[in-house]
Design a protein around this ligand. Sequence first.
Ligand code: GRF
Length: 289
Amino acid sequence: MHIPPVFAWLSAKGNIVNSELQRTFNCGIGLILICSKEHADTIAAKLKHQHNARIIGEVKTRAINGKQVVIDDVKFTANLDGVKRNLLAPKKRVGVLISGNGSNLQALIDKTRDSAFGCNAEVVLVLSNKADAYGLERAKHAGIPFKTISHTSFKDASNPRVAFDAALTAELEQAKVDIVCLAGFMRILSEQFVDRWNGKLINIHPSLLPKYRGLHAQQQALDANPRDTESGCTVHLVDKGVDTGVIIFQERVPIYEDDDVSSLTYRIHKAEHFAFPHALKMLANRSYL
Ligand code: GRF
């Protein structure tokens, strides 16, 4: 169960015991939909991205003299303690690298600023290798420092890729960045960069890895024979390979008969905007590794 931080704050500041917290406050549950068990997964999947729906329990016959609502206290306490710890911890500083539209950047900005989401991170810097990347407008609009570092400026260096990546690292270090997110950053990174940010560098890829690494992942999914019936996105730690690092989070979407690249890309994008902030939260809140 996800407990929004405000309830952890209330519990700590008001010295409220868990039973009271459960009985008096809803702990973030806005609406409960009850449906047959066979439809639960489908309905939850349909409502997940837009309404943050999740399965929180089941209706059972009540035991004689049993409680009306039975809460898993061990899980509840563990979750609440985790949220309390994060309230006290300094926020992780996030640098986002982009090359284009930046819709994933936008999702990261929005969700890290959504106090109910409880991600212990803030986007403090946006770097692009393209001056015309629309994501830079998004950063500007959000009041987040941003900069273009063009990879073409390093073409005369003895190793242009390493020199470009060193310039990125210098900016990220100056901004005291803890975690780097690649959000549509269309450059292969050098070993030096990957080593420097080892364990703190995550990428989003539009397929269910390990399937369809590299470019045109959506087309690869549509071209499969027999055709795949589902696709999705993956957030993974970056290692020295291309899209090979440890998987942190995956989100699945269906592939329909009449899908083309643009309809599938659109559906995957919606899943990405859900997956990337969740993966960042796992890393920033240390519920991963
Ligand atoms: C996303 O589809 C992501 O998976 C890929 O690049 C795209 C970036 O989209 N790595 P946006 O710029 O975030 O809209």
